[in-house]
Design a protein around this ligand. Structure first.
Ligand SMILES: NC(=O)C1=CN([C@@H]2O[C@H](COP(=O)(O)OP(=O)(O)OC[C@H]3O[C@@H](n4cnc5c(N)ncnc54)[C@H](OP(=O)(O)O)[C@@H]3O)[C@@H](O)[C@H]2O)[C@H](O)CC1
Ligand SMILES: [K+]
Length: 501
């Protein structure tokens, strides 16, 4: 459905496709697709629209040259900043250059005043694509930084120049990348456009297949998250049912001074449809939750952990008592999600790691990058340098489903399947949203969802609710985790309306 392919895979596909086509056809198709997208971005009448085309030394630049010729033909006023290819460049690029030279497009030279001097309607970034080998430097760096200051639309061809197409990191150190409004990626979508810095630099991503035969596309082990991967697990409610039909969730956390975290997770579990929800406290248990009296507040000690789906970690703390509680939970075979302090306890205790790895019922882990770094025994920078790889490594190491949170959360299975989430926004960067995600996923597990689909759905719904709240309420700043809870319930019911049976 939404495959994501690495640069290596794209190269192989491109090579196989080019072998069965006349020289240059793929680049001409890419140029045409780019011109069509550019025209979508321009005011209705392209005539008079000022378009600046940045054509780099490789075939990404070739795509840009092809697009420039088409846009000039469509009546746009096209200026081309051309960076000549080393030697003569590929034959297809030479032909593209010839077509651009024969068009009404004007070739211009770069100077500091070029960009601010014109009211550009659109800048097309054809500097570098999947061939970027090192950080942008010299004039390329200066140009990228200057383009980023323009208040105009930027269409990146294939990949925003300066961004690593596999990992979504800006190629550095201290690298610069073009911040695109839209990216038109060729042949297939790429993971780096959707995780790490990718979402900030790629903008809205479209894919032009270049009419390559699907048979040439290998099966993908990496996908972009989609409702279709999990919606079939949503069940409409039978009248003849009772709260026991929808499972029990036990949220275990709440060391003294951290009672809010389990309450957020427990409230979310209830609003996501679990039949009964317990908030279990490692510290002094609240007598009840005045804001949600439906929750049953208890001490975590002495609870029968085999009787509920466990969400362990929110505010659990790092005490020996917490560690002993966790060991008891790991010893059960009930559905289990580990978040926050539960992950930190595992990271620091080899016995807990063994118990997790050998547990018959696969757990779900929901680390943010720092918790992932602790579990992996590496730095945050290493985790973030290749998030898909990091998530897969942790999933294999702990034989668990791993949700590596962040921009473009990555969900990975021990077998190496991975999904990058496609919803959510920076409003989620606030206290308690991780507790809400943990409670949401735990609630789906309690209602019988398999671990993989529960993780995909929870991450997708969590992000979708934030997208709706920001789109409708505009509060990208100051959104609170508590506001997410009813919005996620609404997203679940919208999804159920369309997909449940
Ligand atoms: N081949 C086809 O039919 C199609 C290709 N597509 C487009 O092609 C690019 C990939 O093209 P490629 O030439 O492999 O790579 P790039 O255009 O991205 O650029 C690589 C060239 O730039 C040099 N380079 C790399 N990094 C830097 C840098 N930081 N600063 C300066 N120069 C850099 C590199 O040469 P070096 O030897 O210096 O490394 C290359 O010359 C792909 O992204 C598509 O846009 C389409 O898919 C259509 C069909
Ligand atoms: K580009």
């Amino acid at each position: 459905m939404n495959p994501l392919h690495t640069v290596a895979k794209i190269r192989a596909i491109e090579q196989a496709a080019a072998a069965s086509l006349p020289s240059g056809v793929l680049m001409q198709r890419a140029g045409q697709a780019a011109a069509n997208t550019a025209l979508d971005m321009l005011p209705a009448a392209a005539g008079g629209a000022r378009v600046l085309v940045l054509a780099g030394p490789g075939n990404n630049g070739g795509d840009a040259l092809e697009a420039a010729a088409h846009l000039a033909l469509a009546g746009a006023r096209v200026s081309i900043l051309h960076y000549a290819a080393a030697a003569a460049g590929s034959p297809e690029r030479q032909a593209a250059l010839q077509r651009a030279r024969s068009s009404d497009a004007q070739f211009v030279d770069y100077h500091g005043e070029l960009l601010p001097s014109q009211p550009w309607s659109l800048v097309i970034d054809g500097l570098f694509g999947i061939g970027l080998q090192r950080p942008l430097a010299g004039e390329f760096r200066q140009l990228a930084a200057q383009v980023n200051t323009l208040h105009t639309q930027i269409l990146a061809l294939d990949v925003p120049s300066g961004l690593d197409a596999d990992t979504g990191t800006v190629v550095g150190p201290h690298g610069v990348a073009l911040r695109a409004t839209r990216t038109l990626s060729f042949i297939a979508d790429k993971p780096g456009l959707h995780t790490a810095d990718g979402r900030d630099y790629a903008g809205l991503v479209d894919v032009a297949s270049l009419d390559i035969d699907c048979a040439l596309l290998p099966p993908a082990r990496l996908h972009l998250n989609d409702v279709r991967y999990f919606a079939r697990h949503l069940r409409s409610r039978r009248q003849n049912s009772h709260k026991g039909s929808y499972g029990n969730v036990a949220v275990v956390g709440g060391a003294d001074g951290m009672a809010g975290a389990p309450i957020l997770a427990a409230r979310m579990a209830l609003h996501a449809g679990a039949g009964r929800v317990y908030a279990l406290f490692a510290g002094t248990a609240l007598p009840y939750d005045a804001g949600q009296p439906e929750l049953m507040c208890r001490s975590a000690a002495g609870y029968d952990y085999s009787s509920a789906t466990i969400v362990a970690g929110p505010g659990l703390g790092a005490s020996a008592h917490a560690s002993s509680l966790l060991a008891g939970m790991l010893a059960t075979d009930t559905p289990l999600l580990l978040d926050a302090d539960a992950l930190n306890l595992v990271a620091g205790d080899s016995a807990l790691q063994t118990a997790l790895r050998t547990r018959p019922a696969m757990a779900v882990l929901t680390p943010h990058p720092l918790e992932a770094a602790r579990l992996a025994g590496c730095s945050i920078a290493e985790i973030q340098s290749d998030r898909v790889h990091a998530a897969r490594q942790l999933a294999a190491r702990f034989n668990a489903i791993v949700v590596l949170k962040g921009s473009g959360s990555v969900i990975a299975s021990p077998a190496g399947e991975a999904v990058i989430n496609s919803t959510g926004n920076a409003a989620l960067a606030t206290a308690g949203t991780g507790d809400v995600l943990a409670g949401l996923c735990g609630s789906l597990l309690a209602q019988g969802w398999p671990q993989w689909q529960a993780a995909l759905a929870a991450v997708w719904l969590h992000g979708m609710a934030a997208d709706v709240l920001v789109a409708e309420g505009g509060n990208a700043i100051g959104l609170t985790a508590s506001e997410l809870i009813p919005a996620i319930r609404a997203a679940i019911n919208r999804m159920a309306m369309h997909h449940a049976f």
